[in-house]
Design a protein around this ligand. Structure first.
Ligand code: AMP
Ligand code: MN
Ligand code: MN
Ligand code: MN
Length: 283
């Protein structure tokens, strides 16, 4: 059986392995089909494509887009996007500007709380263009304000905490427009992470489908077994394709490994059986 891992990160966003290192790691972990899906950027894809050319591994060019839906952040994966598509790269450029604005605000708020130099500090951990809350977390741990990245998020970087800044990403409609124009398949990432009520989840999936969405990430490195079964049922009810991905960010989070994923629940139709899935990659 073919091993699919359709959600992963590199140093182009907030992962800790560079794209070539990620690809090698996926290969040695036994992954046959890997999607690189960095947050709001396609910058790692060329290096990853170069690295797979010598390996027995297929790369799906992807992206994980930050979407604002009903004042919440929802992550939407675009799988098999054309990395050269102008509409998509222009759109992602807008999101990078939002990120840069937000980073300044986070830094300003932290400075008001007696933590100076956060922007420069976070910037030192960034390897690509994307500045993520994860980079702020590394700085805050290094500077001794918290014991771990998890701890930083809980104490500083989530809603209601001193370094939290609300911002608008992009609407669901626009994000899906970019993905579709780039020939990709839109998939809602880690749906159980949003802690939505039954009716809100239904509304999200409904609007997502109307905007051209086709898949739900049923199996995720951040889903429990019960969450996986629940999302499998949602997937079938709404006639979406099921996807699976580790959401790997690097060896620093040893509880998430590449390619070590649960099977899709019975009766879910895998996204690699979609008609528009790249031929030759569905095994
Ligand atoms: P951003 O897109 O810059 O807002 O950062 C979100 C990223 O931070 C996610 O993709 C995760 O990698 C990471 N993250 C979010 N929440 C947590 C948390 N509670 N603990 C550790 N990492 C987190
Ligand atoms: Mn991340
Ligand atoms: Mn995500
Ligand atoms: Mn992710």
């Amino acid at each position: 059986m073919c091993c699919y891992d359709l959600h992963s990160h590199s140093t182009a966003s907030d992962g800790t392995l560079d794209p070539a290192g990620l690809v090698e790691k996926a290969h040695s972990a036994g992954v046959d089909v890997l999607a690189l899906t960095d947050h709001d950027t396609l910058d790692g894809l060329a290096e990853a494509a170069q690295a797979v050319s010598e390996l027995d591994l297929s790369l799906i060019p992807g992206v994980e887009i930050s979407v604002t839906w009903q004042a919440m952040t929802i992550h939407v994966l675009g799988l098999n996007v054309d990395p050269l598509n102008q509409a998509l790269s222009d759109g992602l450029q807008e999101l990078q500007k939002v990120r840069d604005w937000r980073a300044g605000e986070i830094s300003r708020k932290l400075a008001n709380k007696g933590i100076p130099g956060a922007l420069e500090g976070a910037d030192r951990f960034r390897k690509g263009k994307i500045l993520s809350r994860t980079h702020f977390a590394y700085f805050l741990v290094e500077a001794g304000y918290a014991a771990s990245v998890r701890d930083v998020f809980k104490r500083f970087l989530v809603k209601g905490k001193p370094g939290y800044v609300h911002n608008e990403w992009v609407s669901m409609q626009r994000a899906l427009g970019w993905i579709r124009q780039a020939g990709g398949l839109p998939v809602i990432a880690h749906p159980a992470r949003y802690r939505l009520t039954r009716s809100k989840l239904k509304r999200l999936v409904g609007e997502f489908r109307e905007a051209g969405g086709v898949g739900l990430e049923v199996v995720s490195g951040s889903h429990s077994r019960d969450e996986t079964l629940h999302m499998g049922a949602v997937c079938r009810e709404h006639r979406l394709f099921a996807s699976c991905g580790s959401d790997y960010h690097g060896p620093e989070k040893p509880w998430v490994e590449l390619g070590r994923l649960r099977r899709l629940p019975d009766a879910c139709i895998p996204i690699w059986e979609a008609e528009s899935w790249p031929p030759g990659l569905a095994v």
